[in-house]
Design a protein around this ligand. Structure first.
Ligand code: AMP
Length: 499
Protein backbone atom coordinates (compact mmCIF):
# COMPACT_ATOMS: atom_id res chain seq x y z
CA UNK A 1 0.00 0.00 0.00
CA UNK A 2 1.05 3.61 -0.11
CA UNK A 3 2.65 4.98 3.00
CA UNK A 4 5.71 7.14 2.94
CA UNK A 5 6.76 9.10 -0.04
CA UNK A 6 7.69 8.69 -3.63
CA UNK A 7 10.18 10.03 -6.07
CA UNK A 8 9.78 12.58 -8.79
CA UNK A 9 8.35 12.10 -12.24
CA UNK A 10 9.77 13.83 -15.31
CA UNK A 11 8.23 14.23 -18.72
CA UNK A 12 9.07 16.07 -21.94
CA UNK A 13 7.60 16.52 -25.40
CA UNK A 14 8.89 17.99 -28.66
CA UNK A 15 5.95 18.37 -31.03
CA UNK A 16 5.74 21.77 -32.81
CA UNK A 17 2.30 21.06 -34.24
CA UNK A 18 0.70 19.82 -31.02
CA UNK A 19 -0.54 21.50 -27.85
CA UNK A 20 2.63 20.65 -25.93
CA UNK A 21 1.49 22.06 -22.56
CA UNK A 22 -1.68 19.95 -22.65
CA UNK A 23 0.27 16.82 -23.61
CA UNK A 24 2.67 17.52 -20.75
CA UNK A 25 -0.23 18.02 -18.34
CA UNK A 26 -1.55 14.56 -19.17
CA UNK A 27 1.99 13.15 -19.14
CA UNK A 28 2.70 14.28 -15.59
CA UNK A 29 -0.87 13.38 -14.61
CA UNK A 30 0.10 9.74 -15.25
CA UNK A 31 3.30 10.19 -13.24
CA UNK A 32 1.39 11.52 -10.25
CA UNK A 33 2.30 8.42 -8.20
CA UNK A 34 5.96 9.58 -8.30
CA UNK A 35 5.29 12.81 -6.43
CA UNK A 36 2.38 14.74 -5.01
CA UNK A 37 4.00 17.78 -3.45
CA UNK A 38 4.09 20.04 -6.45
CA UNK A 39 3.73 20.01 -10.21
CA UNK A 40 5.09 22.23 -12.96
CA UNK A 41 5.35 22.69 -16.71
CA UNK A 42 7.83 24.74 -18.76
CA UNK A 43 7.19 25.39 -22.47
CA UNK A 44 9.30 27.01 -25.16
CA UNK A 45 7.79 28.74 -28.18
CA UNK A 46 11.17 28.75 -29.94
CA UNK A 47 12.24 32.11 -28.52
CA UNK A 48 11.26 32.14 -24.89
CA UNK A 49 10.64 29.63 -22.10
CA UNK A 50 7.61 30.19 -19.89
CA UNK A 51 6.91 28.29 -16.70
CA UNK A 52 3.86 27.56 -14.56
CA UNK A 53 3.97 25.54 -11.35
CA UNK A 54 1.99 25.07 -8.18
CA UNK A 55 1.78 23.09 -4.99
CA UNK A 56 -0.17 19.85 -4.68
CA UNK A 57 -1.47 17.43 -7.28
CA UNK A 58 -1.25 18.08 -11.02
CA UNK A 59 -5.00 18.70 -11.06
CA UNK A 60 -4.68 21.20 -8.19
CA UNK A 61 -1.74 23.03 -9.73
CA UNK A 62 -3.19 23.50 -13.25
CA UNK A 63 -6.32 24.80 -14.89
CA UNK A 64 -7.18 25.82 -18.47
CA UNK A 65 -5.93 29.33 -17.91
CA UNK A 66 -2.51 28.21 -16.73
CA UNK A 67 -2.15 25.73 -19.58
CA UNK A 68 -3.21 28.44 -22.03
CA UNK A 69 -0.30 30.57 -20.81
CA UNK A 70 2.17 27.99 -22.12
CA UNK A 71 2.27 28.06 -25.91
CA UNK A 72 5.15 26.20 -27.48
CA UNK A 73 6.92 23.76 -29.72
CA UNK A 74 8.30 21.76 -26.79
CA UNK A 75 7.64 21.40 -23.08
CA UNK A 76 8.84 19.59 -19.99
CA UNK A 77 6.95 18.74 -16.81
CA UNK A 78 7.61 17.48 -13.32
CA UNK A 79 5.80 16.00 -10.35
CA UNK A 80 7.79 16.46 -7.21
CA UNK A 81 8.44 14.65 -4.03
CA UNK A 82 11.19 16.36 -2.09
CA UNK A 83 14.36 14.35 -1.65
CA UNK A 84 16.66 17.34 -1.30
CA UNK A 85 15.18 20.62 -0.14
CA UNK A 86 11.92 21.10 1.69
CA UNK A 87 8.37 21.62 0.51
CA UNK A 88 8.79 25.25 -0.44
CA UNK A 89 7.07 26.86 -3.39
CA UNK A 90 10.53 27.92 -4.61
CA UNK A 91 11.55 24.29 -4.91
CA UNK A 92 8.89 23.35 -7.44
CA UNK A 93 10.17 22.13 -10.79
CA UNK A 94 10.89 22.53 -13.66
CA UNK A 95 13.58 25.01 -12.70
CA UNK A 96 14.27 27.91 -15.01
CA UNK A 97 17.78 29.32 -15.00
CA UNK A 98 19.23 32.10 -17.08
CA UNK A 99 23.01 32.21 -17.25
CA UNK A 100 25.93 33.18 -19.41
CA UNK A 101 25.13 30.32 -21.78
CA UNK A 102 21.44 31.18 -22.07
CA UNK A 103 18.15 29.95 -20.72
CA UNK A 104 17.52 26.37 -19.55
CA UNK A 105 14.55 24.67 -17.93
CA UNK A 106 15.27 21.41 -16.14
CA UNK A 107 13.19 18.64 -14.55
CA UNK A 108 15.10 16.18 -12.36
CA UNK A 109 14.32 12.78 -10.88
CA UNK A 110 16.94 11.40 -8.51
CA UNK A 111 19.37 12.87 -6.04
CA UNK A 112 22.90 14.14 -6.50
CA UNK A 113 24.87 13.15 -3.44
CA UNK A 114 27.75 15.61 -3.80
CA UNK A 115 25.63 18.64 -4.70
CA UNK A 116 27.19 20.77 -1.98
CA UNK A 117 30.78 20.21 -3.18
CA UNK A 118 29.68 20.59 -6.76
CA UNK A 119 28.09 23.91 -5.89
CA UNK A 120 31.34 25.26 -4.42
CA UNK A 121 33.44 23.87 -7.27
CA UNK A 122 31.33 25.83 -9.75
CA UNK A 123 32.73 29.01 -8.25
CA UNK A 124 29.30 30.61 -8.13
CA UNK A 125 28.30 32.73 -5.18
CA UNK A 126 25.56 31.44 -2.91
CA UNK A 127 23.25 34.31 -3.77
CA UNK A 128 23.36 33.06 -7.36
CA UNK A 129 21.24 30.10 -6.35
CA UNK A 130 17.53 30.64 -6.14
CA UNK A 131 16.43 27.29 -4.74
CA UNK A 132 17.63 24.85 -2.12
CA UNK A 133 17.74 21.79 -4.37
CA UNK A 134 20.50 19.65 -5.84
CA UNK A 135 18.66 20.00 -9.16
CA UNK A 136 19.57 23.68 -9.44
CA UNK A 137 23.25 22.77 -9.20
CA UNK A 138 22.78 20.63 -12.34
CA UNK A 139 20.86 23.41 -14.07
CA UNK A 140 23.62 25.92 -13.21
CA UNK A 141 26.24 23.65 -14.77
CA UNK A 142 24.28 23.89 -18.02
CA UNK A 143 23.70 27.66 -17.82
CA UNK A 144 27.03 28.78 -16.33
CA UNK A 145 29.41 25.83 -16.18
CA UNK A 146 32.77 25.38 -17.90
CA UNK A 147 33.21 24.19 -21.50
CA UNK A 148 32.96 25.47 -25.07
CA UNK A 149 29.47 24.21 -25.73
CA UNK A 150 26.54 22.40 -24.17
CA UNK A 151 28.05 18.99 -24.95
CA UNK A 152 31.11 19.94 -22.90
CA UNK A 153 28.90 20.99 -20.02
CA UNK A 154 26.94 17.72 -20.15
CA UNK A 155 30.32 15.95 -20.04
CA UNK A 156 31.37 18.12 -17.07
CA UNK A 157 28.10 17.25 -15.31
CA UNK A 158 28.60 13.54 -15.87
CA UNK A 159 32.19 13.61 -14.70
CA UNK A 160 31.49 15.60 -11.55
CA UNK A 161 27.99 14.75 -10.34
CA UNK A 162 27.80 11.72 -8.08
CA UNK A 163 24.39 10.13 -7.80
CA UNK A 164 21.14 9.73 -9.65
CA UNK A 165 19.74 12.02 -12.30
CA UNK A 166 17.21 11.35 -14.98
CA UNK A 167 16.61 14.73 -16.59
CA UNK A 168 14.36 16.43 -19.10
CA UNK A 169 16.05 19.68 -20.22
CA UNK A 170 14.45 22.37 -22.36
CA UNK A 171 16.28 25.05 -24.32
CA UNK A 172 14.66 27.60 -26.63
CA UNK A 173 14.69 25.18 -29.52
CA UNK A 174 15.46 21.66 -28.24
CA UNK A 175 14.47 18.99 -25.73
CA UNK A 176 17.13 16.83 -24.07
CA UNK A 177 16.72 13.57 -22.14
CA UNK A 178 19.67 12.64 -19.92
CA UNK A 179 20.40 9.67 -17.67
CA UNK A 180 23.28 9.37 -15.20
CA UNK A 181 26.04 6.90 -16.09
CA UNK A 182 24.73 4.30 -13.62
CA UNK A 183 21.15 4.58 -14.91
CA UNK A 184 19.76 4.57 -11.37
CA UNK A 185 16.40 6.16 -12.24
CA UNK A 186 14.37 5.18 -15.30
CA UNK A 187 13.74 7.31 -18.41
CA UNK A 188 12.29 6.25 -21.76
CA UNK A 189 11.59 7.72 -25.20
CA UNK A 190 8.43 7.40 -27.25
CA UNK A 191 7.00 8.64 -30.51
CA UNK A 192 3.68 10.39 -30.96
CA UNK A 193 1.78 9.25 -34.03
CA UNK A 194 1.22 11.71 -36.89
CA UNK A 195 -2.36 12.67 -37.66
CA UNK A 196 -4.02 13.49 -41.01
CA UNK A 197 -3.17 17.14 -40.62
CA UNK A 198 0.40 16.54 -39.53
CA UNK A 199 1.39 16.54 -35.89
CA UNK A 200 3.40 13.81 -34.28
CA UNK A 201 6.59 14.30 -32.31
CA UNK A 202 8.71 12.83 -29.53
CA UNK A 203 8.08 12.28 -25.86
CA UNK A 204 10.37 11.33 -22.98
CA UNK A 205 9.09 10.08 -19.65
CA UNK A 206 10.17 8.55 -16.34
CA UNK A 207 7.81 5.68 -17.07
CA UNK A 208 6.23 4.19 -20.15
CA UNK A 209 2.70 4.29 -18.64
CA UNK A 210 2.58 8.01 -19.54
CA UNK A 211 3.32 7.17 -23.18
CA UNK A 212 0.50 4.61 -23.31
CA UNK A 213 -2.03 7.15 -22.06
CA UNK A 214 -0.99 9.59 -24.79
CA UNK A 215 -1.12 7.01 -27.58
CA UNK A 216 2.65 7.26 -28.07
CA UNK A 217 4.76 4.24 -29.01
CA UNK A 218 7.58 3.31 -26.69
CA UNK A 219 10.83 3.41 -28.67
CA UNK A 220 13.46 2.57 -26.04
CA UNK A 221 15.02 3.47 -22.69
CA UNK A 222 17.53 6.30 -22.58
CA UNK A 223 20.80 4.44 -21.91
CA UNK A 224 22.89 5.10 -18.82
CA UNK A 225 25.28 7.98 -19.54
CA UNK A 226 23.38 9.02 -22.69
CA UNK A 227 22.23 12.48 -23.75
CA UNK A 228 19.38 12.38 -26.27
CA UNK A 229 18.67 15.59 -28.20
CA UNK A 230 15.38 16.23 -29.99
CA UNK A 231 14.90 19.32 -32.17
CA UNK A 232 13.80 20.40 -35.66
CA UNK A 233 16.54 18.15 -37.09
CA UNK A 234 15.02 15.05 -35.43
CA UNK A 235 16.52 12.86 -32.75
CA UNK A 236 20.23 12.38 -32.07
CA UNK A 237 22.24 10.97 -29.22
CA UNK A 238 25.67 11.12 -27.68
CA UNK A 239 27.56 9.68 -24.73
CA UNK A 240 29.62 12.47 -23.14
CA UNK A 241 31.87 9.94 -21.38
CA UNK A 242 32.20 7.83 -24.53
CA UNK A 243 29.86 5.12 -25.78
CA UNK A 244 29.68 2.53 -23.00
CA UNK A 245 32.92 4.08 -21.68
CA UNK A 246 34.10 0.73 -20.37
CA UNK A 247 30.63 -0.10 -19.07
CA UNK A 248 28.74 -3.29 -19.57
CA UNK A 249 25.13 -4.13 -18.83
CA UNK A 250 26.28 -5.35 -15.45
CA UNK A 251 27.38 -1.81 -14.57
CA UNK A 252 23.89 -0.50 -15.00
CA UNK A 253 22.36 0.11 -11.58
CA UNK A 254 18.66 0.66 -12.13
CA UNK A 255 16.99 0.84 -8.71
CA UNK A 256 15.52 -2.52 -7.66
CA UNK A 257 12.87 -0.75 -5.60
CA UNK A 258 11.44 0.74 -8.82
CA UNK A 259 10.61 -2.86 -9.77
CA UNK A 260 9.21 -3.70 -6.34
CA UNK A 261 7.15 -0.66 -5.50
CA UNK A 262 7.74 2.72 -7.11
CA UNK A 263 6.90 2.47 -10.75
CA UNK A 264 3.37 1.70 -11.89
CA UNK A 265 2.60 -1.96 -12.67
CA UNK A 266 1.61 -1.06 -16.23
CA UNK A 267 5.04 0.47 -16.94
CA UNK A 268 7.75 -1.41 -18.82
CA UNK A 269 11.16 -1.02 -17.21
CA UNK A 270 14.17 -2.17 -19.20
CA UNK A 271 11.99 -4.50 -21.25
CA UNK A 272 9.88 -6.02 -18.45
CA UNK A 273 6.26 -5.25 -17.67
CA UNK A 274 6.24 -4.55 -13.94
CA UNK A 275 2.96 -6.34 -13.31
CA UNK A 276 4.67 -9.52 -14.52
CA UNK A 277 7.83 -8.87 -12.48
CA UNK A 278 5.75 -8.39 -9.33
CA UNK A 279 3.65 -11.47 -10.05
CA UNK A 280 6.91 -13.45 -10.31
CA UNK A 281 8.02 -11.96 -6.98
CA UNK A 282 4.83 -13.42 -5.48
CA UNK A 283 5.55 -16.80 -7.09
CA UNK A 284 9.06 -16.78 -5.64
CA UNK A 285 7.79 -15.68 -2.22
CA UNK A 286 5.42 -18.68 -2.18
CA UNK A 287 8.32 -20.99 -3.02
CA UNK A 288 10.62 -19.49 -0.41
CA UNK A 289 8.02 -19.11 2.36
CA UNK A 290 4.97 -21.36 2.04
CA UNK A 291 2.18 -21.20 4.65
CA UNK A 292 -1.05 -22.94 5.58
CA UNK A 293 -3.84 -20.48 4.84
CA UNK A 294 -7.42 -20.30 3.51
CA UNK A 295 -7.11 -17.13 1.43
CA UNK A 296 -4.39 -14.90 -0.08
CA UNK A 297 -4.97 -11.15 -0.01
CA UNK A 298 -2.83 -8.21 -1.13
CA UNK A 299 -2.54 -4.77 0.48
CA UNK A 300 -3.89 -2.57 -2.32
CA UNK A 301 -2.82 -1.34 -4.76
CA UNK A 302 0.91 -1.88 -4.90
CA UNK A 303 0.97 -5.47 -3.55
CA UNK A 304 -1.84 -6.86 -5.73
CA UNK A 305 0.32 -8.42 -8.51
CA UNK A 306 2.59 -10.15 -5.95
CA UNK A 307 -0.46 -11.48 -4.08
CA UNK A 308 -1.82 -12.89 -7.36
CA UNK A 309 1.54 -14.60 -7.97
CA UNK A 310 1.60 -16.04 -4.44
CA UNK A 311 -1.92 -17.44 -4.85
CA UNK A 312 -1.08 -18.93 -8.24
CA UNK A 313 1.98 -20.74 -6.95
CA UNK A 314 0.51 -21.89 -3.62
CA UNK A 315 -2.91 -22.91 -4.97
CA UNK A 316 -4.58 -20.87 -2.18
CA UNK A 317 -7.39 -18.71 -3.63
CA UNK A 318 -6.72 -15.00 -4.12
CA UNK A 319 -9.51 -12.77 -2.85
CA UNK A 320 -10.04 -9.07 -2.41
CA UNK A 321 -10.49 -8.28 1.29
CA UNK A 322 -9.27 -4.70 1.67
CA UNK A 323 -11.00 -1.92 -0.23
CA UNK A 324 -8.97 1.21 -0.79
CA UNK A 325 -10.37 4.70 -0.95
CA UNK A 326 -8.69 5.73 -4.18
CA UNK A 327 -9.14 9.41 -3.46
CA UNK A 328 -7.02 9.40 -0.34
CA UNK A 329 -3.82 11.00 -1.42
CA UNK A 330 -2.39 14.33 -0.76
CA UNK A 331 -4.65 16.68 1.12
CA UNK A 332 -3.92 20.11 2.53
CA UNK A 333 -6.26 19.39 5.43
CA UNK A 334 -4.22 17.93 8.26
CA UNK A 335 -5.88 15.16 10.24
CA UNK A 336 -6.17 15.75 13.97
CA UNK A 337 -4.25 13.48 16.35
CA UNK A 338 -7.06 10.93 16.62
CA UNK A 339 -7.35 10.64 12.83
CA UNK A 340 -3.58 10.62 12.32
CA UNK A 341 -3.43 7.40 14.28
CA UNK A 342 -6.16 6.04 12.04
CA UNK A 343 -4.40 6.88 8.76
CA UNK A 344 -4.57 3.27 7.59
CA UNK A 345 -8.28 3.13 8.44
CA UNK A 346 -8.81 6.32 6.42
CA UNK A 347 -7.36 4.52 3.39
CA UNK A 348 -8.48 0.93 3.77
CA UNK A 349 -11.71 -0.78 4.76
CA UNK A 350 -11.77 -4.55 5.38
CA UNK A 351 -14.50 -6.83 4.01
CA UNK A 352 -15.55 -8.61 7.19
CA UNK A 353 -17.59 -11.34 5.52
CA UNK A 354 -14.51 -12.39 3.50
CA UNK A 355 -12.14 -12.41 6.50
CA UNK A 356 -14.26 -13.84 9.32
CA UNK A 357 -12.76 -17.04 10.74
CA UNK A 358 -10.12 -17.31 7.97
CA UNK A 359 -6.40 -18.03 8.05
CA UNK A 360 -5.22 -15.12 5.95
CA UNK A 361 -2.00 -14.89 3.94
CA UNK A 362 -1.35 -11.16 3.42
CA UNK A 363 1.14 -9.95 0.83
CA UNK A 364 2.55 -6.42 1.04
CA UNK A 365 5.38 -5.03 -1.09
CA UNK A 366 7.57 -3.61 1.67
CA UNK A 367 8.02 -2.69 5.29
CA UNK A 368 9.89 0.57 5.75
CA UNK A 369 9.36 2.14 9.17
CA UNK A 370 7.04 -0.61 10.29
CA UNK A 371 4.14 1.73 10.99
CA UNK A 372 1.68 0.47 8.39
CA UNK A 373 1.99 -3.29 8.89
CA UNK A 374 0.85 -3.53 12.56
CA UNK A 375 -2.12 -1.33 11.73
CA UNK A 376 -3.12 -3.49 8.77
CA UNK A 377 -2.79 -6.58 10.95
CA UNK A 378 -4.88 -5.05 13.72
CA UNK A 379 -7.52 -4.08 11.19
CA UNK A 380 -7.66 -7.63 9.80
CA UNK A 381 -7.92 -9.16 13.26
CA UNK A 382 -10.71 -6.77 14.21
CA UNK A 383 -12.48 -7.85 11.03
CA UNK A 384 -12.41 -11.45 12.23
CA UNK A 385 -9.29 -13.02 10.66
CA UNK A 386 -8.23 -16.09 12.69
CA UNK A 387 -4.56 -16.19 11.69
CA UNK A 388 -2.43 -13.66 9.81
CA UNK A 389 0.63 -14.69 7.84
CA UNK A 390 2.46 -11.71 6.38
CA UNK A 391 4.65 -12.11 3.28
CA UNK A 392 6.72 -9.20 1.93
CA UNK A 393 7.84 -8.99 -1.70
CA UNK A 394 10.86 -6.80 -0.84
CA UNK A 395 13.82 -7.94 1.26
CA UNK A 396 14.26 -6.14 4.61
CA UNK A 397 15.11 -2.46 4.08
CA UNK A 398 18.16 -1.89 6.23
CA UNK A 399 19.69 1.27 4.73
CA UNK A 400 18.47 4.66 3.52
CA UNK A 401 18.50 5.62 -0.14
CA UNK A 402 20.85 8.41 -1.23
CA UNK A 403 19.51 8.43 -4.79
CA UNK A 404 16.15 10.08 -4.54
CA UNK A 405 13.88 7.79 -2.56
CA UNK A 406 12.79 9.35 0.66
CA UNK A 407 13.05 6.17 2.68
CA UNK A 408 13.65 7.55 6.13
CA UNK A 409 16.91 7.67 8.02
CA UNK A 410 18.61 4.52 9.18
CA UNK A 411 17.34 4.98 12.73
CA UNK A 412 13.74 4.96 11.50
CA UNK A 413 13.99 1.76 9.47
CA UNK A 414 12.55 -1.12 11.43
CA UNK A 415 14.83 -3.72 9.85
CA UNK A 416 17.90 -1.60 10.69
CA UNK A 417 16.78 -1.61 14.32
CA UNK A 418 16.43 -5.38 14.45
CA UNK A 419 19.73 -6.99 13.49
CA UNK A 420 20.79 -10.32 15.00
CA UNK A 421 23.72 -10.09 17.43
CA UNK A 422 26.05 -11.02 14.50
CA UNK A 423 25.19 -7.61 13.01
CA UNK A 424 24.77 -9.16 9.57
CA UNK A 425 21.32 -10.71 9.37
CA UNK A 426 18.00 -9.18 10.25
CA UNK A 427 16.07 -10.68 13.16
CA UNK A 428 12.83 -11.29 11.28
CA UNK A 429 11.21 -12.98 14.31
CA UNK A 430 11.65 -9.79 16.32
CA UNK A 431 9.91 -7.80 13.57
CA UNK A 432 7.18 -10.46 13.40
CA UNK A 433 6.64 -9.90 17.08
CA UNK A 434 6.57 -6.14 16.69
CA UNK A 435 3.97 -6.17 13.90
CA UNK A 436 1.83 -8.79 15.66
CA UNK A 437 1.63 -11.34 12.82
CA UNK A 438 1.32 -15.10 13.35
CA UNK A 439 4.19 -15.32 10.88
CA UNK A 440 6.23 -12.83 8.88
CA UNK A 441 8.66 -13.61 6.06
CA UNK A 442 10.46 -11.56 3.40
CA UNK A 443 11.52 -12.52 -0.12
CA UNK A 444 15.28 -13.02 -0.50
CA UNK A 445 17.34 -10.43 -2.39
CA UNK A 446 18.26 -13.12 -4.87
CA UNK A 447 14.56 -13.95 -5.35
CA UNK A 448 13.60 -10.32 -5.95
CA UNK A 449 16.41 -9.85 -8.52
CA UNK A 450 15.50 -13.14 -10.20
CA UNK A 451 11.96 -11.88 -10.72
CA UNK A 452 13.18 -8.90 -12.76
CA UNK A 453 14.72 -11.32 -15.32
CA UNK A 454 17.43 -8.79 -16.07
CA UNK A 455 20.93 -9.62 -17.07
CA UNK A 456 21.87 -6.08 -16.11
CA UNK A 457 22.74 -5.06 -12.56
CA UNK A 458 20.67 -3.22 -9.98
CA UNK A 459 21.18 -0.79 -7.19
CA UNK A 460 20.03 -2.71 -4.12
CA UNK A 461 21.67 -0.33 -1.64
CA UNK A 462 18.59 -0.07 0.60
CA UNK A 463 18.76 -3.84 1.17
CA UNK A 464 22.54 -4.20 1.44
CA UNK A 465 24.11 -0.85 2.32
CA UNK A 466 26.33 -1.32 -0.72
CA UNK A 467 25.85 1.66 -3.00
CA UNK A 468 27.11 1.80 -6.56
CA UNK A 469 28.94 5.11 -6.11
CA UNK A 470 31.61 6.24 -3.70
CA UNK A 471 31.36 8.44 -0.65
CA UNK A 472 27.74 7.99 0.40
CA UNK A 473 27.09 9.49 3.83
CA UNK A 474 25.02 7.09 5.93
CA UNK A 475 22.73 9.69 7.41
CA UNK A 476 21.52 11.81 4.56
CA UNK A 477 20.23 15.24 5.21
CA UNK A 478 17.69 16.32 2.69
CA UNK A 479 17.95 19.89 3.92
CA UNK A 480 21.72 19.91 3.39
CA UNK A 481 21.71 22.69 0.82
CA UNK A 482 19.44 24.83 2.93
CA UNK A 483 21.36 25.32 6.12
CA UNK A 484 23.39 28.39 6.63
CA UNK A 485 26.88 27.01 7.28
CA UNK A 486 27.63 29.37 10.13
CA UNK A 487 24.39 29.39 12.03
CA UNK A 488 22.95 26.07 10.87
CA UNK A 489 19.66 27.87 10.46
CA UNK A 490 17.21 27.70 7.57
CA UNK A 491 17.41 30.55 5.09
CA UNK A 492 14.62 33.05 4.85
CA UNK A 493 11.89 32.62 2.26
CA UNK A 494 13.42 32.27 -1.17
CA UNK A 495 12.10 33.92 -4.31
CA UNK A 496 9.77 32.04 -6.63
CA UNK A 497 11.34 31.10 -9.93
CA UNK A 498 8.92 32.22 -12.56
CA UNK A 499 9.53 33.88 -15.87
P1 AMP B 1 5.94 1.73 6.68
O1 AMP B 1 4.70 2.00 7.44
O2 AMP B 1 6.93 2.84 6.83
O3 AMP B 1 6.54 0.39 6.99
O4 AMP B 1 5.56 1.77 5.14
C1 AMP B 1 5.33 0.61 4.41
C2 AMP B 1 4.25 0.85 3.40
O5 AMP B 1 4.53 2.00 2.62
C3 AMP B 1 4.17 -0.32 2.44
O6 AMP B 1 2.81 -0.71 2.45
C4 AMP B 1 4.60 0.20 1.08
O7 AMP B 1 3.66 -0.12 0.08
C5 AMP B 1 4.65 1.69 1.24
N1 AMP B 1 5.96 2.24 0.82
C6 AMP B 1 7.14 1.66 0.79
N2 AMP B 1 8.12 2.52 0.44
C7 AMP B 1 7.52 3.69 0.25
C8 AMP B 1 7.97 4.98 -0.12
N3 AMP B 1 9.26 5.26 -0.28
N4 AMP B 1 7.03 5.94 -0.27
C9 AMP B 1 5.73 5.69 -0.05
N5 AMP B 1 5.26 4.50 0.35
C10 AMP B 1 6.13 3.51 0.50
Amino acid sequence: MDGLSEKCGVFGVYAPEEDVARLTFFGIYSLQHRGQESAGIAASDGRQIRIEAGMGLVSQAFDEQRLGALPGIAAIGHTRYSTTGSTLACNTQPLLVNGVHGEYALAHNGNVVNAKELKSSLGLEDHFFETTTDSEVLARILSDGPGRDLNDRFAYMMTKANGAYSLAVLTNDALYAVRDPLGIRPLCIGKLPSRDNGGGGWVVSSESCALDHLGATVIRDVSPGEVVKIDAGGISSFFPLGQNSGRTDKDEKLCLFEFIYFARPDSVLSGSLLHEVRRRMGVRLAQEHPAEADIVIGVPDSATPAAIGYAEESGIPYVEALVKNRYVGRTFIKPDQRLRERDVELKLNPLKHVLEGKRVLVVDDSIVRGTTTPRVIRMLREAGAKEIHMRISAPPITHPCPYGTDMATRGELIAAQNFQPDGRTVDVDAIENHVGADSLRYISLEGASWATRRGAGHCAGCFTGKYPSEGIPLQLDKFELETDDETGSMPSILPLIRS
